[in-house]
Design a protein around this ligand. Sequence first.
Ligand SMILES: *[C@@H]1O[C@H](CO)[C@@H](O)[C@H](O)[C@H]1NC(C)=O
Ligand SMILES: *[C@@H]1O[C@H](CO)[C@@H](O)[C@H](O)[C@H]1NC(C)=O
Ligand SMILES: *[C@@H]1O[C@H](CO)[C@@H](O)[C@H](O)[C@H]1NC(C)=O
Ligand SMILES: *[C@@H]1O[C@H](CO)[C@@H](O)[C@H](O)[C@H]1NC(C)=O
Length: 164
Amino acid sequence: MHLSILSKASVAIACLSLGTSGSPLHQPTSFCSPSYPATGWEIRDIFNQFVDEWVYQRNFSDSAAKYLSPNLIQHNPQIANGSEAMVAAVGPILANYDGPNFSLVVVDEEKGLAVTLNRYVGKPGTGLPIAGVADFYRFDGTCIVEHWDVIESLPPNSTNPDPF
Ligand SMILES: *[C@@H]1O[C@H](CO)[C@@H](O)[C@H](O)[C@H]1NC(C)=O
Ligand SMILES: *[C@@H]1O[C@H](CO)[C@@H](O)[C@H](O)[C@H]1NC(C)=O
Ligand SMILES: *[C@@H]1O[C@H](CO)[C@@H](O)[C@H](O)[C@H]1NC(C)=O
Ligand SMILES: *[C@@H]1O[C@H](CO)[C@@H](O)[C@H](O)[C@H]1NC(C)=O
């Protein structure tokens, strides 16, 4: 098993990185329609690109078609299966928050699993609490096919004032 832990800065750098073969990552219109078998370094590069487009560029609708299976298996209880439902849910949520900021990105490319831990801060006037969100993604080949998340709001008078 090969685990990599990337900081926000190294995610940005990794987006520009070349694969071990020395060639840039092949850039199809979609990594899901169709997906194809992926090497470990391809999974890592694809995930880093997804993180960059999805979170930093906030390119949800375009990048969803590129990275998420149309039949995405969804484990968030408030979102239906499918990439369209994910986009419909995530866009408005993120519109109310500053961030997210990635505090941790872990990719286990051999198992095709990737995890991010994020810090969200409600925009002024929304009354939304600071929250920590762990997102888990499973790849099948080049395509993200399954998503889980765990969300924890910062409680009032928390013992640890800034745990995320
Ligand atoms: C959004 O994503 C699409 C598809 O990947 C890409 O063609 C487009 O350039 C992206 N736009 C921005 C602003 O990043
Ligand atoms: C979502 O997809 C999974 C896997 O196919 C399935 O087991 C589950 O029943 C689906 N959920 C809904 C609400 O259709
Ligand atoms: C994200 O990080 C930047 C730079 O460190 C910081 O200015 C900003 O407040 C952070 N935002 C959130 C939501 O944590
Ligand atoms: C937080 O602590 C203060 C001081 O002990 C207390 O007055 C207040 O009720 C607490 N707030 C909550 C939401 O627990």
